[in-house]
Design a protein around this ligand. Structure first.
Ligand code: 13P
Ligand code: SF4
Length: 380
């Protein structure tokens, strides 16, 4: 039997919320939003499920959400419906020392409704591995000539590494501008953790594949490269990837084109180079949304990115023909962990003054991470 609203106390254990139907959970979430007003900001990434997005103050891509967190100076709390690195970034940007001082020492509380909402790609680069790689690179090239660039999909410690070493953060929407910034300063780039975003962006800028090498952090020396391979590389790509976007294959593009001549293939740059090369349009989640929103009725699309975003586009644009690029449904299982039960549970605890699942990056890491993040915000 389903629990009813009166069966559980406010700010009860998570298990009690899990027994509730969506409608009472949604009503309670909205009630907290009404009572907290401008003190609360809920941010939602485009990959979140519809039920969660319905409660977000802002839906966006990684860049827009981090920018929004940086600008939310007045709010008391940010509840981030996304994954762990996004909440960390929000904490770093919303709690820059000068802002905390201006608020008389008060920090913005940042909450990730389910702490298990991580990112498998971010987990492919650990700070110890990056430190080791840097030292190893130093044995064959001058590291003063390398800009470390981390995709925002990475732990705060990696962003701090970039801050400390004259590096920068990028997102999928500004990777090219960030690489231009990097090459204007130094000869080489170490790009982590997503090899595909790094390769796709560098190629778009005219850097040939022969001037890139892939760094496997599990290889004992030079990431599995020879000294001359590293010395001949302008871009050193960390061997990481997104398990969701890895499911889109070039043969899916061929099959879509064969089944639907005239279809436009629209993909995220976390897809492999082979898929990107066959696509018509490539860009961040917001770019994908914009292309569909601006297209004339009757446009046919096959879209290569996370399932919830594609399904929402399909629902919101019945005037267009939208299909998923892969025959296999690929969804980001960690994003999906944020559901109405976790959102309601975390909001009611927050309002009751007993916040759960708070994300607070330590001051030393935050100090250097913000340096790399601010460089990015200044570039794009
Ligand atoms: P963007 O929203 O920046 O395009 O990134 C997609 C993604 O994978 C987020 O984890
Ligand atoms: Fe990470 Fe991929 Fe999920 Fe984005 S879609 S959060 S890169 S696992």
């Amino acid at each position: 039997m389903q629990a009813t609203l009166t069966d559980i106390p406010l700010a009860g254990p998570l298990a009690a919320y899990r027994g509730l139907e969506d409608a009472p959970l949604a009503a309670r979430i909205e009630a907290v939003r009404r009572r907290m007003g401008r003190r609360l900001v809920i941010l939602g990434h485009h990959y979140q499920q519809d039920g969660v997005i319905a409660h977000a103050d802002l839906q966006g891509d990684s860049y827009q959400l981090s920018k929004s967190a940086a600008e939310r100076e007045a709010c008391e709390a940010i509840v981030f419906c996304g994954v762990h690195f996004m909440a960390e970034t929000a904490d770093i940007l919303a709690n820059r020392p000068e802002q905390v001082a201006a608020r008389a020492g008060r920090r913005v509380t940042v909450v990730l409704p389910d702490l298990a909402a991580g990112c498998s790609m971010a987990d492919m680069a650990a700070i110890e591995q990056v430190e080791d790689a840097w030292a190893d690179l130093g044995s064959v090239v001058d590291t003063a000539d390398i800009t470390p660039v981390t995709y925002i999909n990475s732990a705060a410690s990696l962003k701090a590494f970039c801050g400390r070493h004259g590096g920068i953060v990028c997102t999928s929407s500004n990777a090219e501008a960030v690489l231009k910034w990097a090459f204007a300063r130094r000869r080489r780039v170490l790009f982590f953790p997503d090899q595909h975003l790094g390769r796709n962006t560098a190629r778009r800028m005219g850097i040939p594949l022969g001037e890139m090498c892939v760094w496997n952090p599990h290889e004992p020396t030079l990431g599995g490269n020879s000294a001359s391979q590293v010395q001949g590389s302008r871009v050193i790509l960390w061997q990481g990837h997104c398990s969701v976007h890895a499911m889109f294959r070039p043969e899916h593009v061929d099959a879509c084109r064969q089944a639907q001549p005239g279809v436009k293939i629209l993909v995220h740059p976390e897809c492999s180079m082979e898929v990107v090369d066959k696509a018509d349009l490539v860009g961040s989640t917001s770019f994908i949304l914009k292309q569909v929103e601006q297209a004339p009725a009757g446009t046919q699309w096959a879209i290569g990115t996370e399932l919830h975003l594609v399904k929402r586009l399909e629902k919101n644009h019945p005037e267009q023909q939208i299909r998923f690029l892969s025959p296999v449904m690929c969804m980001c299982a960690t994003m999906y962990r944020i559901d109405l039960a976790h959102l309601c549970w975390s909001l009611e605890h927050l309002e009751a003054g007993q916040p759960v699942n708070t994300i607070e990056v330590d001051a030393e890491t935050a100090k250097w991470a913000v340096t790399a993040l601010e460089r990015m915000l200044a570039v794009s």
